[in-house]
Design a protein around this ligand. Structure first.
Ligand code: ZN
Length: 81
């Protein structure tokens, strides 16, 4: 699915940069491109595939409404370095 104004090809799932939760892209579209969970705007939508590429172990099909942090365990890594 195409983003309404950014040059982004969104897949079946989209991730919210604001609340870091995942919803179906169709749910974003149904809300006129507001996050179904927190109401953030279309600028905060990211393709799930992009987030998945950043974090090892994230599934191909995420659970809707679940939190998927962009930097899980960041503080632990910093402490262990
Ligand atoms: Zn959100």
């Amino acid at each position: 699915m195409e983003h309404p104004f950014l040059d982004l090809n969104l897949g079946e799932f989209s991730w919210c940069l604001h609340c870091e939760r995942v919803h179906k892209t169709a749910s974003w579209q149904a809300k006129d491109w507001e996050c179904p969970a927190c109401g953030a705007g279309a600028l905060d939508v990211r393709p799930w595939e992009e987030v998945r590429g950043l974090v090892e172990g994230y599934p191909e099909r995420p659970e809707e409404g679940k939190y998927y942090l962009q930097y899980p365990g960041e503080s632990a890594q910093a402490a262990g370095a």
